[in-house]
Design a protein around this ligand. Structure first.
Ligand code: GNR
Ligand code: NI
Length: 187
């Protein structure tokens, strides 16, 4: 098993629309195992393949207390929705941001399991919210898309700044050192 890297907003790869899974083989089983490991380590209650830069229609979720009830939905489709509810959402691809989003309260989902077998399930509560959130990822959609553009831009700027300060600081220091070494000439 291996932990996979989770893409973060505003990475343009998160905007990719995933294609259906067509081959149910050992490689798919390995991807599912790796996605579950990545989700549990994060920790998160769901993960879409899009977030680990695999653009196929596959999501994993676990909303159980014990973190021991993994669910896999391949090529999921919402057959019916009922009611609406507002709940706080977060996303592993948009770290530290929590905002209310309106979703259907109950959904009926049809999907395939790791062996390609079709199943239907009626979902409610956190599981319904999570599966809708994950299915958005497969369309290249993020929960921040439901917020005002002002709020989204604010979040984007903050996350870009944090990323620069985390990964970019040593590089800009190296750049400054190089400029000093070259007597200030641009090299
Ligand atoms: O871990 C997660 N928590 C969460 C909380 C409320 C609504 C949706 C989610 S999904 C999120 C993990 C994630 O980013 N999945 O795509
Ligand atoms: Ni997410």
């Amino acid at each position: 098993m291996a932990q996979l890297t989770i893409l973060e907003f505003p990475d343009p790869r998160l905007r990719t629309r995933a294609v259906p899974v067509q081959v149910f083989d050992a490689a798919l089983e390995r991807l599912i195992a790796d996605m579950l490991e990545t989700m549990y380590a994060a920790p998160g209650i769901g993960l879409a393949a899009t977030q680990v830069n695999v653009h196929q229609r596959l999501i994993v979720v676990d909303v159980s207390e014990g973190r021991n009830e993994p669910q896999v939905y391949i090529n999921p489709v919402i057959l019916a929705r009922d009611g609406t509810e507002l709940s706080e959402e977060g996303c592993l691809s948009v770290p530290q941001v929590f905002e209310p989003v309106e979703r259907a309260e109950r959904v009926t989902v049809r999907a395939q399991d790791a062996h390609g077998e079709f199943f239907e399930r009626e979902l409610s509560g956190l599981l319904a919210v999570c599966v809708q959130h994950e299915m958005d990822h497969l369309e290249g959609k993020l929960f921040v898309d439901y917020l005002s553009s002002l709020k989204r831009e604010h979040i984007r700027r903050r996350l870009e700044k944090e990323r620069r300060e985390r990964a970019g600081a040593p590089r800009s220091r190296a750049g400054r050192d190089a400029r000093v070494a070259s007597g200030g000439k641009v090299i």
